[in-house]
Design a binder for this molecule. Structure first.
Ligand SMILES: Nc1ncnc2c1ncn2[C@@H]1O[C@H](COP(=O)(O)OP(=O)(O)OP(=O)(O)O)[C@@H](O)[C@H]1O
Ligand SMILES: [Mg+2]
Length: 266
């Protein structure tokens, strides 16, 4: 996409985070980050464990408050509100006592939206993620990949403009992961969602993203943002594209230079 002419949807303005441990000692987790995320942009965060990726994602969603700086939703100039985003947590985080359909309807319950319409939309979204026949199953009757699909449907229920996804496919085998990558891409491109996506998998990040934010440890710092100019939607064979290979190598070098180790999935 051409971001130059696209207005920002999120403004990350010198946002940093220091936690306090049980003894009240400050633990800097993320050095101030400044960036703008464009409408319909797909941005990935990669970096070693503990570098502050989840912290930044949760700050962007307004789930935790930055210790310094601010992250605002451009339309309002305030932190984004729950009605405008969906959050896919690491591990599908479905409620085991609710059916798949009821899990997907959850945002409507939380946001107080009309349930009849929400049920209709939940059914459509389950079709979209190829889970139409699992609507009345319980989460423990689903495979890991199916659970992740359900949690993506749930995040889309209230038609949010922004999707926050924290290692959504981390626990999946390579084939399921690739399939879900392509499904996520289809949904995000077709529905023009803005996606902020955390992953430990460099290739996954490069395949899906307009830009990849590379973080290094000690405490976490945004080392560089890399643009992936290969047109979206991408196809699996874009993994052999010279730009793809160059950017993957560039990210590896950045992470090595930062004396960090990225845990990749086999
Ligand atoms: N609630 C908290 N209280 C204190 N320290 C925290 C808290 N949450 C995170 N941290 C610390 O902040 C740092 C960044 O954590 P964060 O979870 O953002 O990293 P991450 O990049 O998402 O790591 P991973 O890849 O393992 O998920 C870590 O050192 C972590 O121990
Ligand atoms: Mg994390």
């Amino acid at each position: 996409m051409n971001r130059v002419n696209t207005s920002p949807i999120l403004r990350i303005d010198a946002a940093g985070k220091t936690y306090f441990n049980n003894q009240g000692v400050p633990v800097p987790a993320l050095m101030p980050v400044t960036a703008q995320i464009a409408e319909a942009e797909f941005v990935s965060f990669v970096g070693p464990s503990g570098c502050g990726k989840t912290t930044l994602l949760k700050m962007a969603a307004g789930l935790i408050t930055p210790s310094e700086g601010a992250i605002t939703y451009a339309a309002t100039g305030t932190p984004i509100r729950p009605g405008h985003y969906g959050f896919v947590f690491q591990g599908a985080a479905l409620l085991p006592w609710r059916t798949v359909l009821e899990n997907v309807m959850l945002p409507a319950v939380i946001l107080g939206l009309p349930l009849h319409a929400a049920r209709e939309r939940a059914r459509q979204l389950l079709e979209l993620v190829h889970l139409g026949r699992a609507a009345s199953s319980y989460p423990n009757q689903l495979s890991g990949g199916m659970q992740q699909r359900a949690s993506i449907a749930r995040a889309l229920l209230h038609d949010p403009t922004v999707l926050f996804m924290d290692e959504p496919f981390g626990a999946l085998d390579a084939m399921t992961r690739e399939q879900l990558n392509m499904e996520l891409q289809r949904i995000s491109v077709d529905q023009k969602k803005t996606v902020l996506f955390v992953t430990h998998d460099i290739e996954e990040a490069v395949l899906l993203s307009d830009r990849v934010f590379v973080f290094t440890r000690g405490p976490g710092q945004l080392a560089q943002t890399l643009e992936v100019a290969i047109p979206r939607p991408r196809v699996v064979s874009d993994r052999a594209h010279p730009d793809f290979l160059r950017i993957v190598a560039q990210i590896r070098t950045l992470l090595d230079r930062g004396d960090t180790r990225v845990e990749e999935h086999a």
